[in-house]
Design a protein around this ligand. Sequence first.
Ligand SMILES: [Zn+2]
Length: 475
Amino acid sequence: MKKKTSGRAVRVDAALRARSPLITAAGARTLHALCEHPHAPRWNHAAGDRLQRADLDAVRKFADDLEARRGPRGPAPAPAILRWTASLAPRVPTFRDRIPAGFDLEAGWDAIPTMSREDVATRAGRLVPDDADLSRMIVYRTAGTTGHALLVPHDPRAAACYSPMLEFALRRHGLRPRFTDRMVACFLVGAQARTVTYPTVLSAWNGAGFAKLNLTAADWKAAGSPDRYFADLAPWFLTGDPVSFAEMLRTGIRHSPAALVTTAVAMSASLKKRLAKSCRCPVIDWYSLTETGPLGYACPRGRGYHVLPHDVHLEALDAAGRPVAPGARGEIAVTGGRNPFLPLLRYRTGDWGRLDFGRCPCGDPMPRLLDLEGRAPVVFRATGGSAVNPVDLSRVLREFPFVQHEFVQRRDLSCELTARPIPGVPRPMPAEVRAALRALLGPRAAVAVKFDAKLGSRAEGGKVEPYRSELLLED
Ligand SMILES: [Zn+2]
């Protein structure tokens, strides 16, 4: 039985009303329970869905379309995608650069230059339509492990569409949540040294509670606090990445939610099994990037990932941006979506897979991504055993003048950093770099630091893998 929050009235002040315009009295009590629980974590942020009534109607329309507009797709963009692209082409600078006036989108689609992470990282302003209403823009900072963090502009309506997409994935796995404002719907679980945390209520889920929280010990009052908090607030389901869920097991959280939804692919079968067993619930993986939102969910029959939203077009591309032969492996590129400030045109995700347009016995007519190789989760451990997220190492290493780096942790927990210094800039002392890394890895961690001016530039196998670990998530 899920906990109900008490009947006491909780004041909704102007700031809370601005963050959560549609909050109900019961929702305010749920939020109060999330905030004021004796074992609540120390929150570092205040956030809300900022949804107005008209937004909520739009989100509900999206939820309906998500069901009604599913259908078979082919390698060529559907008419709705062509119309969407044509309407943005004259208004978005990045689209204008790629699509000359009078261009035949249908015939010339494959020739449209692709977009990459670079376009979002360094030229995001050129993706905003000339006539966009900027008054409601919110900015997400994504955790970058390969370079600088991305600042991704979003708006409340598009952000709230995550909720129906999560619900859709749950339904496809036989789960039918009935969210109310008297319960906590979901915890988004993280395991990083530092990340944004907040509790809120989501009007897309009838005002149910939601919290983004971090398992790092520094955020909690006592070692047993996370377990008590999860047990008492009883979130209906949890989302997070494999690293965070592995950390949840290690922290001794015993709560059994209705499901775990992992926001990263490439979770090992053994960790998935352990999580399912320990949480006594299904583990559903889905494919979602901050830049694109959710793109796929695991087929309930285990046949890859079905494309989740109806309003995106996926392609598998070769290095030159041409579609690979049907069924062949390529880099996954996305067109469409619903973020008004970040329209994506053949956006290369950096993830690889094969697209299958054939029928699936599970009944979802949307195409599938097979053999999807996302950015595999890497876990590091501090000498005390706690997980260290590559995102945190990136944050530390960004402070030093390096072009590139490789960081490896061995099974005995010893670490080695090889960095390519920026030429012409004084090199930091290795001891200085070691001290910065030890702040995360433990004061006595064995850390070797060396510089290699040729890192990444060697002719053979020049690709640099910034993070490697010989440890398994389930260790
Ligand atoms: Zn299927």
